[in-house]
Design a binder for this molecule. Structure first.
Ligand SMILES: Nc1nc2c(ncn2[C@@H]2O[C@H](COP(=O)(O)OP(=O)(O)O)[C@@H](O)[C@H]2O)c(=O)[nH]1
Ligand SMILES: [Mg+2]
Length: 307
């Protein structure tokens, strides 16, 4: 295993510790070398629900788990291994890396989500990753509502070494997007990541804003946007499901990123999202540093979740 890989696994494990220690402690206290019975299964279901996996999925996992195991003695480690395998299977179809479409020059990516969910931070981290992989990246600061939001993106751009197209506070987001895409095209960029505002309490405005950005960039490339990434805050638990429902009505969400998994014992929400929407989950955020955004890999995530 390369240094980088083991480093990432450690970061993922550490990041998921709040969730995994809760699940793991729960399992250890339930399965004390007794024969598997209905009570134990019920308790296991509760442990999973506490991690925000959601009741229907928790039930299904426990039912599948109990097959061929009822009335047999079982140790906590076996429970964890078995559940990790079931969870990995569930996640495999949605664990798809974010891939730059080389046939588009540039690939235009709209980044959406509720304020505070980690859009700007994720764009910063993602731009560094893409840049490292040899892609030419440009950022568009289209959350023009607050000057601080533009400054924040600018700082990430500087850290990652990628150009940021910006305008003044209160500028028309669509015009910033247009300028960015135009310049990216002229400069032969591979990807443009468009940072947007996310004031969901004003859905009408937000919808108009996102529609206008889409309309305007279509003037340059009528197949744009080529991807719409929704950023979700893992600490909001089940609320993330409602947010995806809401944004799917506004834009054509093509993939998800779940952030702040380091700050919560509710990391099971990732499973609930996978089960409910079947949308690709491209990456997870497990901290505020540049290296804390990593591709979502089913087996790694499942194992880390079980401690
Ligand atoms: N602990 C932790 N904090 C994060 C993560 N992602 C973002 N944040 C923090 O969440 C806050 C809001 O992020 P920001 O990118 O500004 O959200 P935006 O409003 O959607 O653009 C900032 O303080 C970030 O540093 C993460 O994966 N883990
Ligand atoms: Mg922001």
């Amino acid at each position: 295993m390369t240094q980088e890989k083991s480093n990432w696994l450690t970061r993922l494990k550490t990041g998921l510790f709040k969730t995994s220690s809760q699940i793991s402690d729960g399992i250890t206290s339930i399965f004390t070398r007794r024969k598997l019975d209905a009570n134990m299964l019920e308790e296991l279901e509760e442990v999973l629900i506490m991690a925000d996996i959601g009741a229907p999925l928790a039930r299904k996992l426990v039912q599948d788990f109990s097959k061929n195991r009822f009335d047999k003695e079982i140790a906590p480690e076996e429970v964890k291994t078995a559940l990790a395998e079931q969870i990995a299977e569930l996640l495999r179809p949605v664990a798809l890396p974010f891939v730059v479409d080389a046939s588009k020059k540039p690939m235009i990516v709209l980044v959406v989500g509720v304020n505070g969910n980690g859009k700007t931070t994720t764009i910063g981290k993602l731009s560094a990753l893409l840049q490292e992989n040899g892609h030419k990246v440009m950022l568009a600061a289209c959350d023009t509502f607050r000057a601080a939001a533009v400054e924040q993106l600018q700082r990430w751009g500087e850290r990652a070494g990628v150009p940021v197209i910006r305008s003044h506070e209160g500028a028309d987001p669509a015009s910033v997007a247009f300028q960015a895409v135009e310049q990216a095209k002229q400069q032969g960029m591979d990807v443009v990541l468009i940072d947007t505002a996310g004031r969901l309490h004003n859905q009408q405005n937000l919808m108009q804003e996102l529609e206008k950005i889409s309309r305007v960039i279509k003037k340059i490339d009528d197949s744009a946007p080529h991807a719409v990434l929704q950023i979700l805050d893992g600490t909001t638990g089940q609320n993330a499901l409602t947010q995806v429902e809401a944004f799917k009505k506004l834009v054509n969400v093509s993939g998800l990123v779940v952030t702040k998994l380091d700050g919560t014992a509710r990391g099971g929400i990732v499973l609930a999202l996978a089960e409910k929407f079947k949308l690709p989950i491209h990456a997870v955020g497990v901290g505020e540093a540049m290296e804390d955004l990593r591709p979502f890999v089913a087996e790694e995530f499942a194992k880390s979740l079980l401690g």
